[in-house]
Write a protein that binds this ligand. Sequence first.
Ligand code: ADP
Length: 304
Amino acid sequence: MGFVGLQEYVSIESALDSLFGSGIRITSMDRVSGGDINEAYRLTLTDGKRIFMKANRKENMPFFTAEAAGLAAIAGTGAIGTPGVLCVGTDEEGAGCSFLLMEWIEGNGRVKDYWEVFARQLAAMHRAETGGFAVEGKFGFSNDNYIGANGQANRVCGSWIDFFRECRLEPQFKRASRYFDAGGRKKVTKLLERLDDFLVEPEHPSLLHGDLWSGNVMTGNDGKAWLIDPAVYVGHAEADLAMTELFGGFPQIFYDVYREEAPMQPGYERRRDLYNLYHLLNHLNLFGRAYLPSVVRVVEKYIA
Ligand code: ADP
């Protein structure tokens, strides 16, 4: 599904013509490494301008409309930097591919107090009004999107705990069911039934990045942290914080300042692994059995 206001083009040339004026062409196209899902390129144009392009197979266009909607939502909070989306399109020439064009992030050095500023800006994003993304006071998002290459359902829901059960853990456990024997499945069912014993409803809903690990944070063109590659939805801000801790974590000063700006409800440390279980399950489903021991460890931490 597209979103209102986003132009969809039928070729990269027509996109460039209409974005930058006719006659503007690509003079070089350099592969950018680092992504898991898409091919990424730095395009240099005839006027010297640089833009960033992600490309994928034609049928994967929904990845890009979802990513564009996520970046637009983050930008819409006005709280934190994110690259400006230029357009999406399908290049009908040859085999055809779908593409997403956005602002090129040069990343020339960081501001002083980079991590403190990042923490304040993330807290501000988590405080932003969410009525434009889901119904006011509720959880979910206006459209479904992706977490890595897996679909992520975002049905709007009045309870965070129900949302996390029905739209996050349950679908991933279903996809992963072949990894569990009868005993394991029983524990998973029990965990899902007892989620209210472990999680809490937030004081207010927050727009989340949804896949907030260090690979999805870049030093932006203003020297501050910019968010890329989101899997946005409205949820409990703790879930974003938990994800930052899953693969190594940010410097302590980031967490200290975040907590000063947005005090956390007591017991976050007891909930953290349960939030991250979603991402571990997603990794199990995307990348295979190597993630099974971590998944089992978390399930057994909560359900002995
Ligand atoms: P994928 O969707 O395949 O996971 P990413 O969004 O992670 O791709 O992007 C791939 C890499 O491209 C990132 O690791 C980052 O280094 C770089 N990158 C992402 N967005 C931009 C941008 N707007 N400008 C410059 N480089 C970018």
